[in-house]
Each structure stands twice: as structure tokens, then as C-alpha cells.
Design a protein around this ligand. Sequence first.
Ligand code: FNR
Length: 395
Amino acid sequence: MRGQLRADAQRLLRRPAGDGLARFGSIAELRERARRRVPRPMFDFADGAAQDELTARANVEDLAALRILPRPLVDVGEIDVSTTVLGRPIAMPMLGAPTGLTALTHHQGELAVARACARAGTIYIASTMASYTIEEIRAATDGPLWFQLYVMRDRGIARDLMRRAREARCEALVLTVDTPRLGSRERDRRNGFTIPPRITARAVVEGLRRPTWARAFVREGRLGPANLTGGLAEFAMEIDPSLSWRDLEWVRGEWDGPLVVKGVLHPDDARRAVELGAQAIVVSNHGGRQLDGAASTISALPGVLDAVADDAEVHFDGGVRRGADVLKALALGARVCLIGRALLYGLAVGGEAGAARALEILRGELELALALAGCPAVGRLDSSWLLDRHQERAG
Ligand code: FNR
């Protein structure tokens, strides 16, 4: 008995870091833990959105409002969530969304999230504004990477970033087009949070209230975006507000691999981007961080699909917090979903293992939702699984 107890205690002590993550059963639970672990300004930077956060909330709520029509008496003994994206096989229909300054959430930032995505058999999209350089992220993982590009005023910077992305074996370029100016993030303003962040007295006080995070940050943390350093960092970081369709043509000419355009909601824009050579459109409102009042992504998805689905892939982004959300977006016709904040909550809680836990939760929930909906493979999903669409067709 005593021996058994001692053996159990020893096993517990030997437990690898992050093993306790199994107790987090949903993205909402990870978020709640993240909120208590990360200093307020940093948590709000990741969790927050523009102004009244109407669009951020609508992303989540409109997904929740869609209703699934389950089909029983189907053999769901095996569930297949694997798919392909732009021709590349991936283990599940979810990609790591590009997020800037990810090391403010956890000191290992993009390195940890990229590794978690690779472990889950999927792609991570490294941001122009990442806390770690594209070379550092590539060195951290052999997994598949895409690179997300912001075009700065100085086109030489964009050209250089594309060259570096190519050299880091990024398989596709994701051009984000919804950020001619930064949206007004009122939580950031209230917290005195700026981009690039500055260490203020207030930040130090907040840091002291979250000592675990602060110790790691002081030891290994990163403050600003790493890809864009040099004397003129602040100027260089300014995204070009004059970016237009002609620049999309320019990027198309500079990048010879697959091109994905992220931040489109209007069907005509999706059509035009595809005509100019994009292979995929990410239906996105930047997680509600740009134009507050913009349409929720799930409400804009069908229009974009109608406009381009015959000629390009459509990827869904924004508000995914449950596996059933992925089912719904795919049933409407999206190829994959991008996962933004859900990964950051996991990252905050447990670094790489936490981000991996977030993906594991979403994958498990997707498998369960598919089984209960009577769909043994994501490739078989179509709009007949959704109540509204079904009624539309019938009516
Ligand atoms: C982002 N997003 C983003 N998008 C992008 O193209 N480049 C970037 O640098 C960033 N940075 C960024 C930072 C943080 C903290 C967040 C939360 C988001 C937007 C991101 O790629 C994605 O569109 C949203 O996060 C999707 O919404 P959900 O999944 O967070 O609801």
C-alpha cells in the first residue's frame, strides 16, 4: 500500500510539464485560465477586438446560431477528419492563424504554436508581425509553414520578406488586405497598450501580479515584431494605407507559389482576387479587430463561396471555439478553418503543450460532432447538414 503510494507520488513528480492540461476540456476553460495567467494588457491585446467588439461577438454568435440536422443510422465507427489544402494533405481541417506579437501571450510565442501545429499534422501561418523571425520559426519546426504578408510603404521590405519566406520553405503566401490602418482597440487604449509595446510603470505593476508569466518574459521574452528590425523600425512597420488592387497584382508577380488573400467578405472582391491569381480566399474580418460592425464571417461565407468556389478554395476564419463550428463552416463549403485566439488561449496556459491541447480539444470535438451528425468524413459534409440551408433548398 505504502509502496504503491510512493510509486504514485514518484510518477506524479516525474510527470512531463504540461501533462495537467488534460483537465482543460474546452476552449472556454483554456481562455478562463489564460485570463488569470497573463497580465491584463497582454491578455486584452489577444482577447480583445475593435470598439464595441460587435463583430468579434457576431463571429461567435452567428456560428452558434447555425443549427445542424443530424443523420442517424450511419456507420460512424471510423471518423476521418483529414483533408487537403491547396493540394497538401493535412491531418485535420484547421490551420494556425497568423497572429502578431504572440510572445506577449507566452514567451515562446510562434515557436510553440508552430510546433503544436506540426504535431497536430497541420500548417502554421507565420505573421509578418511575429515575435520571432521566420528563420527562427523555421528552425524550431520541420512542419509545414505559410507566411502572412503585410505590405509596408517601402515595397523593398515586402520583397525581402517574400524572399525570406521562400528561403524558409513557406509553401504559400497569405496576403492580408483588411488592415490599411489598425482598428481601434479600446481595451488596448484603456490599458495604455501600444504597438510596438513599451514598458511602462503600469506594465511593470501588471507584470508583478502575474509573476510566472513575468519571470519567463524577463528571461526570454520578446517585445516587438522580430521580422522588421533596423533603424527605421517604427516607420518600416507602418502598413501602407494606399494598398490597392494593383499591389495585389504586384505581389502576384513577385511570389511564384500559391497565393492566399485574407480579409475578404464581399463576393465581388473574392472574385476579383481570384481573377488576379489568388488560389484561395480567407473569409475573415480579422477576428473583429478591424472594422467593428463588419459582417460576421459565417454570414459572409456563402456569398464568397457562390462567387469563387468553382475556381478557388475558400478558407474560413473567425470565431471558431468548438469543433461543431468547424463542421458548420465546412458544411457550407469552406475547405479549412483558421484558428486564432483558441490557439493563443492554449499557448497562454501551457506553451507548446497548451497550444497542442487547444488543437486536440477542437479535433476531438469535431470528431464527436461528425459522429453524432452521422458524417464519417469531413470530405462528405455539405449544406444538407444545416437546417437553414436545407429549408432554403426545400422551400
Ligand atoms: C491577429 N490576426 C492577425 N492576422 C493577420 O493576418 N496578421 C497578423 O499579424 C494578425 N495578428 C493578430 C494578433 C492577435 C492577437 C489576434 C487575436 C489576431 C487575425 C487572425 O489571423 C485571425 O484572423 C483571427 O484571430 C480569427 O479570429 P479568432 O479565431 O481569433 O476568433
